[in-house]
Write a protein of this length. Sequence first.
Length: 62
Amino acid sequence: MMNACPSTFANATNPEVRKGACFISYLLKVKLRWWVLLQYALDASAIIYALSVILEWLGQHG
């Protein structure tokens, strides 16, 4: 986890502040990456569904 800590936090004098900042940085870099990928997948599935509805409608009325 500590390798995810930016070097700017190394200058923090309070070890608790440094530990907390490194943990937040770890969460943002590692854990939230999967959430972002999930959001992209959900967006892509919504677009694919909308395109399929449009193509189906065009097939019936075109």
